[in-house]
Design a protein around this ligand. Structure first.
Ligand code: C5P
Length: 224
């Protein structure tokens, strides 16, 4: 396959918000001795870069976001990649509410998507990776060795996210609010969040993380 010549091994893990893509991908990558690349992190870093420009998001043009994107890069670490803005690590800045509530706007811009996809492909040309996102198995790596579509019921995704954030079981009201927020993002991101026709579907609603990881590792080894 043509992309295999460029990428020694690419495993794609796509799915909706809070489906556990990043944590699962990180663990799968560690087990397979690959590096994990989080493509959402790149959209977040571009958003962070543009937010620092000061104008309200409604006034952002695609050109101005692209200009911000050109200041973004990713740096390989031992097991994953860290986001850089003007060469400086900015991991801590990209997970806050300001970025989370604006990133989908940036992700809708076609030239920005093309720019991110080119960066992800260039990264895969020199590193074997497990990459997670929304369209890694469709738009970016149609010939990936293994494509996984990870999903879970919205309420379960909301519960996991809240437990991760607060370290305790959520109240019914917290769960309802978080589920509504996830469903809003699902709707907004739905165009670019599509399973590849040849993806393996993994519904993780009733699975532990170890079970998910073991399943994906097994599938990847079968295809190696
Ligand atoms: O995965 P995460 O929630 O960090 O991604 C942030 C946002 O980036 C998503 O809500 C989505 O709008 C966008 N995204 C995307 N395509 C990807 C990865 C992320 O549109 N491959």
């Amino acid at each position: 396959m043509s992309s295999d010549k460029r990428s020694p091994l690419v495993v794609t893990i796509d799915g909706p918000a809070a489906s556990g893509k990043s944590s699962t991908s990180q663990m799968v990558a560690a087990r397979l001795d690959l590096r994990h690349l989080d493509s959402g992190m790149i959209y977040r870093t571009i958003t962070h870069a543009r937010l620092r420009g000061g104008e309200a998001p409604e006034q952002w043009t695609e050109q101005s976001v692209l200009h911000a994107a050109r200041r973004v890069s990713v740096a390989p670490g031992a097991t994953s990649f860290t986001p850089r803005l003007d060469g400086a690590d900015c991991e801590a800045a990209i997970r806050g509410d300001a970025v989370t509530s604006t990133v989908s706007l940036v992700a809708k811009m076609p030239h920005v998507r093309a720019w991110v996809n080119a960066l992800v492909r260039a990264t895969a040309a020199s590193h074997a990776i497990v990459v997670d996102g929304r369209d890694m198995g469709t738009a970016v790596f149609p010939d990936a060795r293994l494509k996984v579509w990870l999903l879970a019921l919205p309420q379960e995704r909301a519960r996991r996210r809240l437990v991760q954030r607060t370290g305790r079981a959520p109240t019914d009201a917290e769960l309802a609010a978080e589920t509504a927020e996830l469903e809003r993002r699902d709707l907004y991101d739905r165009e670019q969040t599509q399973p590849a026709a040849d993806a393996v579907w993994l519904d993780t609603t009733g699975m532990t993380q170890d079970e998910q990881v073991a399943k994906i590792v097994e599938l990847a080894l079968e295809r190696r």
